[in-house]
Design a protein around this ligand. Sequence first.
Ligand SMILES: [Zn+2]
Length: 478
Amino acid sequence: MQSVPTPPPAASRRDLLAGLGLAAAAPLALGATLRPAHRHRPSRPPVPGGRTVLLRRASLVLTMDPALGSGPLGAVENADVLMRDGTIAAVGTALPTPPGARVVETSGKLVMPGFVDTHNHLWQAMIRGGCADRNLFGWFRACTDPQRGRLTPAALHSFVRLAALDAVQSGVTTLVDWVDIFAYDLVESYVRALAGTGIRFTYAMFPPTPDAAPLVTKVKRELVDPVPLGSFQVATHAARAVEAHNRAHWEIAQDLGVMLNSHVLERPEQRADDPIGVLADIGALGPRLLINHAIHLTDAEIAAVAEHDVRAAHCPLSNMRLASGIMRLSDLGRKGVKVGLGLDGGTNDSSDFHALMKTAVGLQRARTTEAAVFPQVHDVLRMATLGGAEVLGLADQVGSLTPGKRADLLVIDPATLNFAPRFDWIGQIVFNGRPENIDAVFVDGRALKFAGRLVDVDTDGVVREAEAAATRLRSAAG
Ligand SMILES: [Zn+2]
């Protein structure tokens, strides 16, 4: 499936561990070395780096926990959010300031859980905007397959880092990356890039052969498990022609105690593959199965997916771009299927979760011409956060601001030309929000973006490096 990769230029095992160690480091002491990378803007507020941070008097907090506030999104006005040791410690009005806490004034701003991206292929940042007149299969042939074969560990690292940081700056705090890249040095580079950003991630590895259990296990144990915010899935493509592979992949997933993650019915032509039938036959239908796209499902397949509590990732921007069709999201929602949102890598060319939410709403309305159709604004906000966490089996850890959960959250600044004035802020998040409204991003209590800028990241350098890698690959391709 992939041509032989170029040997790595550097990236020794020790470098890798150093990279992982950096990402694994506990938040630094208060006001220590974490600060915005743009040194020519010294007037920006210092980034909170301590173990206890109080977000004070946020004008609106969407907790996504109805027990904590009003309505389905658990909304609280003029509330504080206290983070301690990487967890949400409390949400409420006029919370006392614990000794030593760093206080961040959030008056006039909104706070909500971070976005959960349930499906991505970050490496495809190298083909942004490419093959724009092709459908999925044409895009594979002309863009994805030839470019994947040219990747070197260094180039891969620069593309994954670029795309992961774009996701972070857009408010994504958890993402799932479905990866069909096999050479160990490339995988090492991939995981190192993800870990280095501080994002919470799931590495879904496609096993190159049915007997790849040792390699997959090695990647999980040696590369992903040591990253505190990393988790693992086994990826597959369900189809009759490769049913034996799918069965082997499901067995590996079960042995490792992780989810199986399959692309399903992205194109109508894939009806011939009978992927849901295959997944049923190998015994994978259940809550440990995540299906991506799942556009062309029959009524019977939707019923089976609902009955077995199979999880689904909806990728509306990608589906539009590739003329793949429109997922029957309203039907899945009516049946109570747990569906999250996915950016899906290079095919949508962006990490803009606001655009993703707006499109998820808009496509169903375009399909039915009914404004009341599922999902409504509150549905899609839930899908983007707690719903995505439920899809991944992570809802006990993230997805809402319930005390005890890990502190993955966003601060949104609505005081911009595209967002103000306040009329219905909840609707405005979906219809007006843009990545530039994301003022701060915390993952596991650690600020990855603060005062509108990525923390401790030389953004210009990241862009320059990706540009240089793309130029090198172009000239090597001749
Ligand atoms: Zn995909």
